[in-house]
Design a protein around this ligand. Sequence first.
Ligand code: ATP
Ligand code: MG
Length: 432
Amino acid sequence: MPMEKIVVGRGREDLEKYRDQGTVYIGKHIVGEGEESHLTNPVYMDVVRPHVVLISGKRGSGKSYSSCVIAEEMTRLPKEIRNNLSVLMIDTMGIFWSMKNPNEEQRELLKQWNLKPEGIDIRLFVPKGFAKKYEEVGIAVDQVFTISCSDLTSMDWIITFGFSPMDVHGITIEGVMKTVKKKYKEGYAIADIVKEIEAYGKCDEKVKNALVTRFLAAEGWGVFEKKGTAVNKFFQKGKVSVLDVSHYVRTSTGWGVRSMLVGLLARKIFQERLMARKAEEFEVMGGEAKETIPMVWMIFDEAHQFIPDTGETAAKEPLLTLIKEGREPGISLIMITQRPNKLHPDALAQSDLVISHRLTSEADLKALRSIMQSYVLKDIQELINTLPRQKGSAIILDDNSERIYTVQVKPRLSWHAGGSPVAIKKKGLFEE
Ligand SMILES: Nc1ncnc2c1ncn2[C@@H]1O[C@H](COP(=O)(O)OP(=O)(O)OP(=O)(O)O)[C@@H](O)[C@H]1O
Ligand SMILES: [Mg+2]
């Protein structure tokens, strides 16, 4: 007889109503400690309700791998459920393209789990200016993407360039962008912004030059255009879209650009889903069905870089909005970090599901303790210490059922590029 399933991320009411429908297989329950331990009941995770999931753990403990397990399992849900969902993976390492290939490397391990290697049908998006690099190394790009300059606010540029809204550079950008937005109603490119900076009367040449240099550098990021990719392209029914932003770490403003892109997407997702929600409700009330984007799962690594405890990034506010207000419009987030302690406290506090692999830093353990003290009787560190030394072992703190589990995350069906220096460079394609 098959063992009873454990479902995480689902409260009692939903569990009674839906049982295990709309859940994905993520691993097996670990019983016993350390070397004595063995695997028992299969563990499933709810993906049909909005969640804020935090995946933590130290380097090489299995965080990226676990996030891929969730994403790939979502593509294997029954069609009628899958088609209400879409997954967007922000790829900061340039490693997720490999999901298209079967996980031959762990064929033996998969066999022990009665599974077989299998490639996943993901869509790989890369910034237009970098598409050639992919071609050169023989990776198939499904679509290049660009961003409409007019979707960015003055503040996005100010933060990304490392200025403050109070300094002369910030004030000038604000002034110039006002003119630009008024003058170019049909949209504008970076060249138009540069033209307006040069024509701007109210500041000295040195400031102008500094700004022109910055905007011209931004042109080199190969992603800004007068008319960018429509946002609904990233969100296709039952599909995983991978957005590779790994290139930007090579520039001095690398993290800034990533944050700008992620922040912009977060804002767009929020707007689109608010509209979609209205359309869905209208349809439920008997109105005509309208084409909208499905519910969104957004997955991003290095979450503490986008939503840091201290300091501003262009992604911080938009992501915090999704974290705090994303439930109603049906937006879920999976935040991955080595350093939960460095993540903004609101992001921690709103996490309703924590998957933590091995973690040793006292400060980071403290951060986890702060999220779910109420029902965790045992100390988190003690629990983590009971985990077998296997990669992918984790504790799961589930605020929905107010329970805690020790789990071995299942092997992936698709190829994991992150930790296989044999297949490609350790940190992915473009990182140094
Ligand atoms: N559930 C698992 N089953 C089998 N092997 C795993 C599992 N999780 C991780 N591994 C192995 O561990 C390696 C490292 O995992 P992963 O790349 O996810 O680490 P990480 O926590 O994301 O590290 P970093 O912080 O450096 O990004 C993988 O390449 C894989 O071989
Ligand atoms: Mg990783």
